[in-house]
Design a protein around this ligand. Structure first.
Ligand SMILES: Nc1nc2c(ncn2[C@@H]2O[C@H](COP(=O)(O)OP(=O)(O)OP(=O)(O)O)[C@@H](O)[C@H]2O)c(=O)[nH]1
Ligand SMILES: [Mg+2]
Length: 370
């Protein structure tokens, strides 16, 4: 049972004090989430900076916030996290000058900070709303361009960014105005069949992401659910792949991306023994084994990706007004039409296509307000 005052029990606290005396660290990291008062009490008790899980994760996200939206999200999350620290003790702040608890200058400052923080948070929320709209527009433009969007997902340090560099044309960022300067994590790649795809790098999943943080980064993570295909990147050289895969799948469910078709990519095989690779191959026969660093099997990965995207072909039936049929005919070449049934002012068509094209078609019809 964690001690409510310090989080650590008296014995642990004593031990920690001794360790601090011996090693004189600059900071102590607690691998759990502390309440503001626990952190305050610990800092007071130990006389040293204390960092808890949420703070550490915030730092990681800060490091990864390439986009304006990401940066604002991190700032908002940090303020949300820090807000309770601005609070004074038991009601003193809400009862200015009253009774025993006359406020000192320090508390006044705290109240000021708190008000400022709340103002800033309101501002950030407003800005984020605007950016979300921009993102929607961006997404629509991207769909019009018609390239499938492939997201690299997985744990931090699995090698997603390295893999992205390998798969994509020599470091060219997709800087087309279409994608705006907001999102520089998207790059273009040409697969062996000549099909062009967009690859998006994402922030690594972190185990037991604190709930308030999932909330804060929802829009960044949600982008994954709009991808047409996921490459789930796993570091093959570290054990417990099952645990990591479970967390990845749970996170994908949480961000509503569980239904996106995906392929498992084991990276860093240059660091693995042959036995380890054989073991994983036996366990995950559908996956691809690569080394982004040593450029092993990257061509194979591209071929498999090509094939997977082409195979996402299914049979669809769509009924619509005859007037809307022109939208369908615009991309007729990409549809294998099996039948057309005209009935009054509507038409029912049955066709086969890949689901990227189909999704795009449905979006077009939706956009046209139909
Ligand atoms: N040995 C080996 N190291 C690799 C390989 N791929 C990536 N790395 C190393 O692994 C580390 C992490 O690689 P990144 O590409 O930054 O990993 P990431 O998944 O983008 O990490 P986050 O952005 O933090 O989520 C770097 O030091 C890479 O050089 C590989 O195939 N083999
Ligand atoms: Mg990365």
């Amino acid at each position: 049972m964690p001690n409510p005052k310090h989080y650590l029990g008296t014995g642990k606290l004593k031990e920690l004090k001794r360790l601090i005396q011996v090693y004189e660290p600059d900071v102590v990291f607690i691998r759990h989430n502390l309440t503001p008062s626990q952190r305050k009490n610990l800092i007071r008790e130990l006389g040293i900076e204390i960092i808890d899980r949420t703070q550490l994760i915030l730092e990681i996200f800060e490091k990864h916030a390439f986009t304006l939206e990401g940066k604002l999200e991190v700032e908002l999350a940090r303020l949300r996290y820090e807000l309770p620290f601005f609070k004074g003790k038991g009601g003193e702040l809400s009862n200015p000058g009253g009774g025993i608890g006359t406020r000192g200058p320090g508390e006044k400052r705290l109240e000021l900070d708190r008000r400022k923080a709340l103002q800033r948070m309101a501002f950030l929320k407003k800005e984020l709303k605007k950016l979300q709209l921009d993102r929607q527009i961006m997404r629509k433009k991207r769909q019009k361009v018609g390239m499938p969007l492939i997201a690299l997902v997985g744990y931090t340090n699995a090698g997603k960014s390295s893999l992205m560099n390998r798969i994509c044309e020599s470091g060219v960022l997709v800087e087309d105005k279409l994608f705006s300067t907001l999102d520089t994590r998207i790059r273009k790649s040409k697969l062996p069949s000549g099909r062009e795809v967009l690859i998006i790098d994402t922030v690594g999943f972190i185990r037991e992401l604190p709930h308030q943080l999932v909330e804060s980064f929802r829009s960044t993570l949600e982008e994954i659910s709009y991808a047409d295909f996921l490459l789930v990147v796993v570091d093959a050289s570290t054990p417990n792949e099952d645990g990591r895969l479970r967390v990845i799948n749970e996170t994908l469910v949480e961000i509503k991306a569980a239904d996106v078709p995906k392929m498992l990519v084991f990276n860093k095989i240059d660091k693995c023994t042959n036995e380890r690779i054989q073991f994983l191959e036996g366990k995950f026969p559908e996956s691809v084994f690569v080394s982004a660093l040593k450029d092993i099997n990257i061509d194979e990965l591209k071929h498999r990706l090509d094939k997977a995207i082409n195979e996402m072909r299914e049979r669809y039936v769509l009924r619509m007004k005859i007037g809307d049929y022109e939208e369908v005919l615009k991309i007729r070449g990409k549809l294998e039409i099996l039948s057309e049934k005209f009935n009054g002012d509507s038409v029912e068509i049955e066709y086969i296509t890949d689901n990227v094209t189909n999704k795009r078609l449905l979006n077009r019809l939706k956009e046209a307000g139909r």
